[in-house]
Design a protein around this ligand. Structure first.
Ligand SMILES: [Zn+2]
Length: 96
């Protein structure tokens, strides 16, 4: 899982849409959308204004206590290069 979470830091989450629900938050009528990452199971909740759909708030729920949230994108990429994410070179096809 650690490598998968590094991928989320390096490339961004792979969001799946869990749908919208109408709700009232702090007396504001709006729509809440939930997205879940299919790699690290982080859930993002966006609350948007009912009419304009302007973003009012965004929150994240991390499902893994060891999620490397403080790691920068470049550091995550370096970790992936040093790990098992390096691609093997493909054989060169020789055309006669
Ligand atoms: Zn993720």
């Amino acid at each position: 899982m650690a490598n998968e979470m590094l991928k989320c830091r390096a490339y961004g989450h792979r969001w799946n849409d869990r749908g919208w629900i109408a709700m009232i938050k702090d007396s504001v009528r709006g729509w809440e959308q939930e997205l879940e990452c299919d790699r690290c199971q982080t859930v993002r909740s966006d609350f948007r204004a009912r009419g304009t759909l302007a973003l009012i708030s965004r929150s994240y729920q991390y499902k893994h206590s060891d999620y490397p949230g403080a790691i920068k994108q470049r550091t995550a990429m370096q970790g992936l290069i040093a790990g098992d994410a390096v691609r093997k070179p493909e054989p060169i096809e020789v055309v006669a």
